[in-house]
Design a protein around this ligand. Sequence first.
Ligand SMILES: C[S@@+](CC[C@H](N)C(=O)[O-])C[C@H]1O[C@@H](n2cnc3c(N)ncnc32)[C@H](O)[C@@H]1O
Length: 398
Amino acid sequence: MDDKYYTAGEIARIAGVSLRTIRYYDAKGLLPPVSHSDTGYRLYDKGSLSLLQRILMLKYLGFSLEEIQKLVAAQEADDLDQEAILDHQKKLLLERRQQLEQLISTIELAQKSPREDKWQILVRCLNLLTSEEKVLEQYQNPDNLQHRINIHTYSTSSQGWMDWVYERLALEPGETVLELGCGTGLLWMERPHLLPEGLQLTLTDRSREMLEQTRQNLAPYESELASRGIRITYRVLDANALELPAASYDRIIANHMLYHVERRESCLAAIARALKPEGTFYCSTVGDSHMQELHQLVTAFDPRIDMPFLSLTGGFHLENAKPQLLRHFTRVERQDQDNDLIVDDPQVIYDYIRSYPGNASLILEQRGRELLSLIRDKLEQEGAMFIRKSTGIFICRH
Ligand SMILES: C[S@@+](CC[C@H](N)C(=O)[O-])C[C@H]1O[C@@H](n2cnc3c(N)ncnc32)[C@H](O)[C@@H]1O
């Protein structure tokens, strides 16, 4: 970057904003001058132009000035380079485009629908406008997570997902282990007898309710574990703002959760920092084609049902996670589980669909019986429903 300075007027002209706007952002502490001329004029440089572009982009995307201030400060603290900032902007714009496209098709649907259906479409609009909050709400509810887990008991593989993951951890006695987004603690619940002696396990989740459920699930094993020197600590922890001691963990685990972390880049950096030099980071996720048959069934039944889950996991799928991980780890190995679902219980399929974040449960208040009988008919004809799974884990080392 050259060291040319611009006055406030020049920078305003280049960006196509008023001088008042530049002064306003300066007064708010968002765009401070980088220097002053001998005669006291505020001076800016190319970095200020790039900062102004970020501010205006976030404003365009609908963030408040306070939110912009926080986001910019967080990006500065993470020391993000221009590439990472552009990636972030592109992601936000793509999400906004998708949301706009969904809103436009919802409005078009409302225009074509009879009067009595319009209220439902209005509900769909509301859900689209609040879909991110809905995902958070959904995770604060362990029942919904349980419905989504139940379907996986119909696996074609005799080895369940958690057993498969646990086997890959290959834990050693006395190790320090951290799990992010532990949910209801399923990874540990069914196999406390397998935990090696002296294990120091820290279980964390953003949701206090989830963590409480984990604590309750593991309570029956407490004294047995303590007798073998195994200590479990519970902490509410948001992976977006990790403050972890450096080089402290032998293993860090993020099982089906990294796609929910908005500040994934800084989260991965914090994980890499917290891992011991010989430590291992395990993160699992789903692939693009995961549960496709189920999503097709829902779309064919009622295209108004949102599937924000699909778009919200897409940022960290089996197909696009590796380059993200390679920015923080030298060795990244992907292992896929060979496993699908054959489900012969209509209620299990129905409960799974109903637990989708978004408007599924609202629409199914009206059309639930219809969907359930459609699933019943399908299973009667076909015996069971085949649902392809695509799940795997990345094993990462320094
Ligand atoms: C799909 S569940 C997986 C739970 C568990 N790991 C499992 O495999 O059963 C995702 C979990 O991540 C948690 N989560 C989502 N965003 C998070 C964040 N930013 N920080 C920590 N936990 C988060 C949710 O509360 C939820 O428990």
